[in-house]
Ligand binder design. Structure first.
Ligand SMILES: [Zn+2]
Length: 304
């Protein structure tokens, strides 16, 4: 009898079981990453025609999945100024799923990349069509399995030009900053030969570590925790992607990403060079973490 009760309890998170069924459609995930990093997107530089095309695709997927827009519009425009270029109308794409609680988790991934250089297209499949694909997969999962917390899905622009989309989002947030309890940022999830996905941030926010430790390894990807200690120098990833903007405002974050690889910021960061089975499992690990964090964070005492 006890066993039955235990199983009933576990049924709330059936995807962590021994069947290893993924909480996502690998086919859809691979389709999304392939489309977003096709040559036609021209490397998705902020302000470019390729960026517009990527936006249209992400907006179509937001609508298909059924994310709600804030104030009737998924687009959040902002002025982007960097040494390399100025974009009057840079664009974050933001939608949400209402939870039982108005406290919100922000799931983020930047969709911009570095464009075309010397006639070569930098497709940025791993960096960061992979994160956007996983974001869409997480949105589809939580649309079907309503979360406790409100989950805001933010595809940021301008990361490559100084984490500017995340900054603009937090300067003009759709809900009060005090309502944001966690940022889960994804940047580079699809290339790793060791089957390792890093979860970074628990050095700063140790209360999040138990949730990460509960995420079961999958056949092609397992979580490792680290890359967040100041003494690690450039191997400390705290400031290296959009989660830093949340961290600067004392909003806890977990950043998911792979260690550097030879295709990083090269024209060879292309769909042909990703590890598809690793990528699907890596995205699933992030979703499984989100399931645990969403159900657990409301009971803060249980965390300690
Ligand atoms: Zn990136």
């Amino acid at each position: 009898m006890k066993k039955l009760i235990l199983l009933a309890g576990l049924a709330a998170i059936p995807l962590l079981g021994s069947a290893q069924k993924l909480p996502l459609s690998s086919k859809q995930l691979l389709h999304d990453i392939k489309v977003l990093s096709a040559d036609s997107m021209q490397g998705r530089l902020s302000g470019s025609e390729g960026s517009n095309m990527a936006q249209e695709y992400i907006l179509k997927r937001f609508a298909e999945i059924g994310l709600k827009p804030f104030n009737g519009n998924y687009r959040q425009h902002f002025k982007l100024e960097s040494r390399r270029l100025t974009v009057d109308k840079a664009t974050n794409l933001v939608g949400y799923i209402q939870g039982k609680s108005s406290k919100a988790i922000v799931v983020s991934a930047h969709y911009d990349h570095v464009g075309v250089r010397n006639g070569e297209i930098y497709n940025g499949t791993d960096d960061n069509a992979s994160g956007v694909g996983a974001l869409l997969a997480a949105a589809a999962y939580f649309k079907k399995n309503p979360p406790q917390h409100t989950i805001i899905f933010a595809a940021f622009d301008g990361e490559e030009l100084g984490l500017q989309g995340a900054n603009a989002f937090l300067e003009n947030p759709p809900v009060a900053l005090e309502q944001l309890i966690l940022n889960v940022n994804m940047d580079m999830l699809s290339i790793n030969n060791k089957g390792e996905l890093y979860a970074s941030g628990t050095h700063h926010y140790p209360q999040l570590k138990p949730y990460l430790q509960q995420v079961a390894a999958l056949p092609h990807a397992k979580l490792r925790i680290g890359h967040d200690r100041p003494e690690q120098g450039t191997d400390d990833w705290t400031s290296q992607s959009d989660h830093f903007q949340f961290h600067k405002r004392q909003i806890p974050f977990v950043y998911f990403g792979v260690e550097d690889h030879p295709h990083y910021h090269k024209p060879t960061d292309d769909f042909n060079n990703i590890n598809p089975t690793f990528y699907a499992d890596a995205a699933a690990l992030v979703i499984n973490f989100l399931i645990l964090a969403d159900s657990g964070l409301s009971e803060r005492k249980a965390v300690k």
